[in-house]
Design a protein around this ligand. Sequence first.
Ligand code: NAI
Ligand code: 15L
Length: 266
Amino acid sequence: RRLQRLLLTGAAGGLGQVLRERLVPFAEQLRVSDIAPLGAARGAHEEIVHCDLAEKAAVHALLAGCDAVVHLGGISVERPFEQILEANIKGIYNVYEAARRQGVGRIVFASSNHVIGFYKQTEHIDATAMRRPDGYYGLSKSFGEDMAQFYWDRYGIQTVSIRIGSSFPAPANRRMMSTWLSYDDLTRLVERSLFTPDVGHTVVFGASANREVWWDNRAAAHLGWVPQDDSEVFRAQVETQPPVAADDPNAIYQGGAFTAQGPFGD
Ligand code: NAI
Ligand code: 15L
């Protein structure tokens, strides 16, 4: 199972730098793209394309000749709406419309837990739960998931929307003991998302096999992804931090502090 040409957007970012290495076995050619510097090509298997996702013509050229896209590019935190509009909302439209025009059949979309951030940590949900975005960033990911559903229903372009929890080398706080997604589990999930046949538009929550997970992935069982890692190995380290107050959003909401960002004045 090897693609001819795979595009990775957001390749200069935290997860992009990880997947730039780890996606290599999955394609003959890996096209890596970002608006930020990417350095030199890492070998004959790599193509580097600098591109602003908000620029339609550039994105259409970016997808030419690709079999699939792992779409990580965009703003990854809460920001004023105008910034999110450019990178994430126009960006995802440009990616899907380019996929349609260029005949790209599959997209792996880096969605986020912030599409459901206003659920309480005491609630357990699955992919059918109504979305409750916790800011403009979460709204843009919610729009991205709708875009994915529309391009599947209307044009047959397949997507796996991965609602990533917190994918970092280690959980940075108590909330992330639940939301943490190891890089190894992320890589295996992206692999399953690229190669599982007939995914249509599948929504999957990206969290490792942590002791307390708020998300039920039975609706994505066809991906055959079973997380292997567990944040428990970091508990002692995380619990050296002072306890979180009971009224702190980090202790109440699945989206943690994102639920209390803004408002952004002009
Ligand atoms: P990051 O912020 O480190 O990387 C995002 C990359 O997108 C950056 O390199 C940035 O330069 C690029 N970018 C921003 N605007 C752009 C534009 N207009 N045109 C082209 N490129 C642009 O974020 P990270 O952590 O690597 O996340 C990757 C993806 O996964 C993002 O879409 C993020 O929203 C999503 N995600 C990540 C989570 C995590 O725990 N790391 C959790 C949930 C979702
Ligand atoms: C996200 O969506 C962000 O991109 C990431 O930086 C983390 O903040 C993560 O969610 C999280 O919720 O921990």
